[in-house]
Design a protein around this ligand. Structure first.
Ligand code: AMP
Ligand code: GLY
Length: 437
């Protein structure tokens, strides 16, 4: 191999984290992210190229295919869910190009909550009991059947804003009102785990489990967000968590998708709740999680480009097990102060940090850009929502946390805030043991 050229589609922290990991793979010669963000543009400082990458709409299949051709990409990695659901991976493959990411038909595992539930039922995968509701009367009946706390989910894609978990019945009804059809489901108690499997549709390889922090405020209070922090691996994970999830969730789901003639190849994101009655699937996603990816990939020792190309070309069975570095990563997301209810746009982020923190990934701490932009003078500003992900690495969770927070506190971004408790309970050994899987 003379060196792979890889195109990553997307513009968030996940795509920056993917690009950093791809760039570390000795088999990879070039990485481009389109449309990218100031963090990824800084990785290949060619203004003409950046302008072309930045102009791309990742959901425009013909434009993506043309760009992949022009760049001579050996592999295109689709970061977010929207282009997958829109069929961009299908269009790339139809054009004879290798793509890591499921077909539109397979991405329905993320694109429709009720479809995911049907697949889980057919495959015998443990998940919360649920009702799909088309009217508010059906919602009211389902809320009363399951009782509080209530869980109401928009059926289609919602960019992290489709789910309400609340004990207030009126709030649950109000959430459903604007989003019909919805899925109402049984509340799942217990720690949540994000387990990612890379698959070519037949063979699947797990990544180490991570935990995401979905709520807006410390102590898991406030509304759901896209995720405000993550850590990996989980020191408290029960033995067998990964193998049980592969056996009871991933393998049967992949078999069911293949049986339907729509094999799932790409990244299967399994969101789990470890309840007192055993593990349950909370959700599937059809792509790498954000911000978990920024906490997982720095620990990967095997070359990411090699792994994703093997998955994209149906050769995952020939790749040995993945190898991982020791230690832990903690990602702290710095979001704008209004996120998620009243996202603010703008606000300077000053780069006066002593270690060139913003642009230069170091070994123990680095920053991924999630929602940044450049102003007319080329200064870094916040584009709203989740703005930066600060990733600390260490031999234990306490040190990884300390590094991430020390770096986050050195970033001069008056419009930003972060949760202060990412990975805290795990670092202090306060997560109660999981009794059964
Ligand atoms: P989802 O988009 O389905 O992952 O939901 C977003 C978040 O809402 C999850 O990560 C959980 O924190 C929470 N959630 C979703 N479904 C349930 C459930 N059945 N019980 C408790 N919490 C849930
Ligand atoms: N961190 C949750 C997600 O990527 O959907």
């Amino acid at each position: 191999m003379t060196g792979l050229s890889v195109l990553v589609l997307g513009s968030g922290g996940r795509e920056h984290a993917l690009a950093l990991a791809l760039a570390r793979d000795p088999a990879v010669a070039a990485v481009h992210v389109a449309p990218g963000n100031p963090g990824t543009w800084a990785m290949t400082p060619d203004r003409g190229l950046t302008a072309r990458l930045a102009g791309l709409d990742p959901c425009n299949g013909p434009a993506v295919t043309a760009l992949a051709r022009e760049l001579g990409a050996d592999l295109t990695v689709v970061g977010p869910e929207a282009p997958l659901v829109a069929g961009v991976a299908d269009q790339l493959r139809a054009g004879g190009l290798a793509c890591f990411g499921p077909s539109a038909a397979a991405a329905r595992l993320e694109g429709s909550k009720s479809f995911a539930k049907q697949v889980m039922a057919a495959a015998g995968v443990p998940t919360a009991d649920f009702r799909r509701c088309d009217t508010l009367d059906e919602v009211a009946a389902a809320l009363d059947q399951f009782g509080p706390p209530h869980v109401v989910k928009q059926d289609g894609l919602a960019a992290g804003k489709g789910v309400a978990v609340t004990s207030d019945r009126d709030e649950a009804l109000a959430h459903a009102r604007d989003r019909l059809p919805v899925v109402v489901e049984e509340y799942l108690d217990g720690p949540e785990v994000s387990l990612f499997a890379i698959t070519d549709g037949a063979t699947a390889v797990p990544l180490p489990p991570a935990q995401d922090f979905k709520r807006a405020r410390d102590g898991d209070q406030g509304p759901n967000t896209g995720g405000l922090g993550a850590y990996c691996p989980l020191p408290w994970a029960p033995a067998g968590l990964v193998s049980q999830t592969m056996e009871r969730v991933v393998a049967p789901t992949l078999a069911e998708m293949a049986r339907r003639g729509t094999p799932f190849a790409g990244l299967l994101y399994v969101g789990l709740a470890l309840t007192a009655r055993g593990l349950r699937v909370v959700e599937f996603n059809a792509r790498f999680g954000d911000p978990e990816t920024a906490a997982i990939l720095p620990l990967l020792d095997t070359g990411l480009g090699t792994v994703l190309l093997a998955a994209a070309t149906g050769r995952l069975d020939r790749l040995g097990p993945l190898s991982w570095k020791p230690g832990f990563c903690v990602t702290v997301v710095v979001a704008d102060r209004g996120y998620p209810d009243r996202p603010l746009i703008g606000g300077p982020i000053r780069e006066q940090t002593p270690v060139g923190l913003i642009f230069h990934p170091g070994d123990q701490v680095h920053v991924v850009h999630a929602g940044t932009a450049l102003d007319a003078q080329g200064g870094l500003t916040a584009a709203g929502g989740r703005v930066l992900g600060v990733v600390g690495r260490g031999p234990d969770l306490a040190q990884a946390r300390q590094r991430a927070y020390a770096a986050a506190d050195r970033i001069d971004f008056p419009g930003g805030r972060c949760r202060r408790d990412i990975a805290q309970r795990a670092a202090e050994g306060l997560i109660p043991p999981v009794e059964r899987l």
